[in-house]
Ligand binder design. Structure first.
Ligand SMILES: C[S@@+](CC[C@H](N)C(=O)[O-])C[C@H]1O[C@@H](n2cnc3c(N)ncnc32)[C@H](O)[C@@H]1O
Ligand code: SF4
Length: 498
């Protein structure tokens, strides 16, 4: 795509905006010269206490233009006003040309609820925040309302984060087989699954070391999250070994929440959940994704809807109080009426948490090669499905409490976590909002050291520490001692222990 920019404009920002309408376009020298490439010209000027942007966009022999003016205000001046007004003009011109209004307007690469939170923190009312998201960020009104509701619910959960609060993440990147849509790192072949016993030994050593550092620094461990892959791939004995190790080094009774992600129905048994309950796990995930056997088969999920219902009943019977169920909108072969039925069937089971993802076409996923048409600008009827989940969830007493967006999702829609009142997954919010440190153990695990309220003021400070992505590499890694030393140094440097 060809860009002609006039004024003090950040070229990368304009490219990002163009990608909303022209996904996959490139902006190199060859495209600048290509006579039939889409073209966008933008002129930015300061005028009367604000900024004005004029945009003309041309593609396939047609053109559209738009000019927008935005006054500086108490919540944006200078550079920010310029960014917003460029966004407004690009969205208006491209929208006119292509007859498409992106639900999230110019919001890319930033969590919409984060923008809403920042505005709420400036003391603006809920109504005003929704209006600003709509008028200054071009977010459509129902999404502006969703982002604002999520921001308010998140803040209720976060409250005033303690400087010594933290959480622990434990990674089990193994699954019985690979689902065709998934690009998470997870080992599935027999040979690699044979690594599990060695992996567990190493993992338990790291968990002990991390937990020791948390105790030594006098931190308050709020939540533990065992995620995957599919953690219930472990046998009941392996699970007992892992959970008993955790129980030895963590005061499980003092946790706000303890999640075993579980996931796929074909790995869930009453015996495993009995072990989980015995060791204090209070939240599990039993994921449907879809309840159409045909769709489940399309995505290589290796279980049926009946298997999901059985696994859900096992979870309920175990007495573990919080169950989460994941669904995905926009899966290959899914349609509104099939999805709505899946959603209603899940809601009828009253899981405490309900997480609705939008299908994300990741490059590595096999599905891209099999079914490359699934990703479209408007997302087919995925938008209708997303709306349905938000409307029905509200009718059924579920509130949206966390939300994020990913690149390359069908129709550019969002992922939303819903919960019954008081049953929100706190780890998800802490992790997403980066309000306290996450100590992480296992392959692919990323620890985040967080100083949420730096002493001198300013934005939160975050330092990340990475374990190798793959279990094979993780088994050879010996960085845990070094990591815990860096963690301690972070706490001391930032005065978090004073
Ligand atoms: C880390 S995955 C693992 C959970 C578990 N292994 C399972 O499959 O049930 C967490 C969730 O991400 C979602 N997910 C995974 N791949 C996705 C994709 N390509 N697009 C949208 N959501 C996806 C699914 O809803 C999945 O339950
Ligand atoms: S079970 Fe979950 S993590 Fe494993 S391959 Fe399937 S979607 Fe990915």
């Amino acid at each position: 795509m060809k860009l002609i920019l006039d004024g003090n404009v950040n070229v990368y920002y304009i490219q990002t905006l163009c990608m909303i309408f022209f996904p996959g376009e490139k902006f190199g020298a060859a495209e600048q010269e290509a006579p039939d490439a889409p073209m966008l010209s933008l002129r930015l000027r300061a005028r009367n206490g604000g900024m004005e942007a004029a945009v003309t966009v041309t593609a396939n022999g047609k053109s559209a233009s738009a000019t927008r003016f935005l006054e500086d205000s108490e919540h944006h001046t200078g550079e920010k006003t310029a960014k917003l007004v460029c966004g407004l003009a690009v969205i208006a011109a491209c929208g006119q040309l292509l007859g498409y209004r992106p639900s999230w307007g110019m919001l890319t690469g930033v969590r919409p609820s984060k923008v809403a939170t920042e505005l709420l923190r400036q003391g603006l009312s809920k109504t005003r925040v929704k209006k600003i998201l709509a008028s200054e960020y071009s977010v459509i009104p129902k999404k502006a309302a969703l982002a604002t509701d999520v921001a308010i619910n998140e803040q209720k959960i976060i409250g005033n984060p303690g400087r010594r609060d933290c959480s622990l993440y434990i990674s089990i990147p193994f699954c019985p087989t690979r689902c065709s849509y998934c690009s998470f790192v997870s080992y599935t072949s027999r040979k690699l699954l044979d690594l599990i016993p060695d992996y567990l030994e190493r993992l338990m050593t790291d968990v002990r070391q991390m937990a020791a550092k948390i105790r030594e620094l006098g931190l308050r461990l709020c939540t533990v999250y065992i995620g995957g892959g599919t953690p219930t791939i472990l046998t009941p004995d392996q699970l007992r070994r892992l959970l008993s190790t955790i129980a030895e080094c963590v005061d499980v009774g003092a946790l706000e929440e303890y999640t075993l992600e579980s996931g796929r129905a074909d790995t869930i048994t009453a015996e495993k959940f009995a072990v989980a309950r015995e060791y204090g796990v209070n939240r599990v995930c039993v994921n449907a994704q879809s309840l159409s056997d045909e769709v489940l088969q399309n995505i290589g999920r290796c279980h049926t809807a009946a298997d999901f219902f059985r696994a859900f009943a096992v979870a309920r019977a175990s007495g573990i109080p919080y169950i989460n169920t994941d669904l995905i909108v926009g899966l290959p072969g899914d349609h509104f009426h099939i999805f709505a039925k899946s959603f209603d069937q899940v809601v009828a089971l009253r899981p405490e948490n309900l997480t609705v993802h939008t299908f994300c076409v990741k490059k590595a996923a096999d599905i891209l090669r099999q079914d490359s048409h699934v990703y479209s600008l408007r997302g087919g009827d995925a938008g209708k499905c997303v709306d349905y989940t938000q409307l029905r969830a509200a009718q059924e007493g579920y509130r949206p409490y966390y939300m994020y967006r990913q690149k390359n999702t069908v129709g550019n829609f969002e992922n939303v976590g819903f919960a019954l009142e008081g049953a929100e997954c706190r780890y998800n919010v802490y992790m997403m909002e980066e309000v306290h440190s996450i100590f992480a153990a296992g392959a692919g695990a990323v620890s985040k050291m967080v100083d949420y309220t730096p002493r001198g003021g300013g934005k939160p400070v975050i330092e990340r520490l990475f374990y190798p992505k793959y279990p094979y590499e993780y088994l050879k890694d010996d960085s845990t001692g070094q990591k815990t030393a860096v963690m301690e140094a972070f706490y001391r440097q930032h005065g978090l222990l004073d």
